[in-house]
Ligand binder design. Structure first.
Ligand code: MN3
Length: 199
């Protein structure tokens, strides 16, 4: 199996003004594409053709020693970005009802408290990485961050939604001000997709 860039569910400019078209285009067609290309090289070198991306990310311990880092970095980079793009939409509907909304309210009291906690995690992440809303092995929601291209799948979590806080994800528009990118991200979160993943 060759891993390919997934088709974006919107055009490069459709997330404006919250996510600028130049960043979306470069982020997708350069950064994400490079992870896909390097993942394919690592898969071939490891003789791991035919495995799915989740099989790869769940099975890193068993990877050939020389390909382990490449599979972790490029496999994670490939899959994290697939999840990231799928988690966005031109106009966020918010989340008012449904099982995910209930679980968020049960864990954090209300959506605002959850949003505060999630923003704090994304803002506080040191260096390159990601902040995630995940379901843990016990089926409970958690907010976690991962460094570089570590995948939450490799850590036993089921991803629900995600923000990329590498500088390449926001520097063109938001420069060094990660807080502004996080604030903008809330306007383009696809909660229907998150709900689908949660269920
Ligand atoms: Mn990125």
């Amino acid at each position: 199996m060759t891993f390919e860039l997934p088709k974006l569910p919107y055009g490069f400019s459709d997330l404006e003004p919250h996510y600028d078209s130049a960043t979306v285009e470069i982020h997708y067609s350069k950064h994400h594409a490079t992870y896909a290309a390097n993942l394919n090289k690592a898969v071939e070198a490891a003789g791991w053709q035919g495995k799915s991306i989740t099989e790869i990310l769940n099975g890193l311990d068993a990877a050939p020693e020389q390909q382990k880092a490449a599979l972790r970095n490029h496999g994670g980079g490939y899959h994290n970005h697939c999840l990231f793009w799928e988690s966005l939409c031109p106009k966020s509907t918010g989340i008012n009802s449904g099982k995910l909304a209930d679980a968020i309210n049960a864990k954090w009291g209300n959506f605002e408290s959850f949003a505060e906690a999630f923003t704090a995690k994304a803002l506080g992440h040191f260096g390159s990485g990601w902040a995630w809303l995940v379901k843990n092995k016990a089926g409970e929601l958690e907010i976690v961050d991962t460094h570089d291209q570590i995948s939450p799948v490799s850590l036993g979590f089921k991803p629900i939604t995600v923000i990329d806080v590498w500088e390449h994800a926001y520097y063109l528009k938001y420069k060094n001000v990660r807080a502004d990118w996080i604030k903008a991200w809330w306007n383009i979160v696809d909660w229907k997709k998150a709900e689908e993943r949660y269920n």
